[in-house]
Design a protein around this ligand. Structure first.
Ligand code: C5P
Length: 225
């Protein structure tokens, strides 16, 4: 039986990996299938939520019933996330956002000159999660971030939770071929309240449902937006 504990709630989910243009045909990006974000969307819909899904470069079928905004770059994702965040009761930031982008994107395809490659100057992208977590126009809005760590999972996770200012941080244990592009996932969810909840190895839908189990009781009273 599915709990309808997200009924009347509106959730905003970022998914996939951003691409930062080097020129019209090349990009710098992060490897992300979007599966975990899409699993959050499908499970939220099943639990009664309205879902705004901001999707960056994902080759998966649309979760039926989600409102999808397709973006390519981190800056496009930021615009879309800010625009949708005011209506959201909870924000789930699964996207792999490129930390850096080329300072400028060449208008035409960069050619080989025979003199070796030109350096690409990089500039920092906005941190969408940190920005949404710091802009609490609605203090009842819950912000959930993600982190992938190979070691010192709890220590690094705690530090990141505080740095980003989010309410929950889902720390994936990666390495040994785990997590990226696979069906399964394993995590510990750290709370700003000091809590730590282990989620055992399992399908990404299962992980999403366990996170919703933690999110639902933390939401304030439902109000009409
Ligand atoms: O700092 P790091 O990339 O490890 O943080 C991961 C978390 O922050 C994820 O939830 C990701 O979606 C979010 N993030 C973001 N904007 C960035 C970098 C990360 O929203 N520029």
């Amino acid at each position: 039986d599915l709990p309808a504990d997200l009924s009347g709630r509106r959730v905003l989910i970022t998914a996939g990996g951003t691409r930062e243009a080097v020129d019209p045909v090349r990009f710098i990006g992060n490897r992300s299938s979007g599966r975990q974000g899409y699993a959050f969307a499908a499970t939220a819909l099943a639990r009664g939520a309205r879902v705004d899904l901001i999707s960056a470069n994902v080759a998966l079928p649309d979760p039926p019933g989600a409102e999808i905004t397709r973006v390519e770059s981190a800056r496009e994702m930021r615009e879309a996330a800010l625009a949708h965040s005011t209506a959201a009761d909870v924000v789930i930031m699964t996207a792999a956002v490129a930390d850096f982008r080329p300072a400028e994107s060449a208008p035409g395809k960069i050619k080989k000159t025979g003199e070796g490659p030109a350096p690409i100057e990089l500039v920092e992208n906005p941190d969408i999660l940190a920005e949404l977590a710091s802009r609490r126009d609605d203090p009842g809005r819950l912000v959930v971030g993600f982190a992938a760590e190979t070691d010192n999972v709890l220590e690094y996770g705690r530090a990141k939770l505080e740095r980003k200012g989010c309410d929950l941080l889902v720390v994936n244990q990666v390495g040994d071929g785990r997590a990226f592009g696979t069906e399964d996932n394993q995590a510990v969810v750290l709370g700003a309240d000091g809590s730590a909840t282990e989620i055992p190895h399992g399908p990404k839908e299962e992980l999403a449902d366990r996170v919703w189990d933690l999110v639902a009781p933390r939401l304030g009273p439902a109000h009409t937006r």
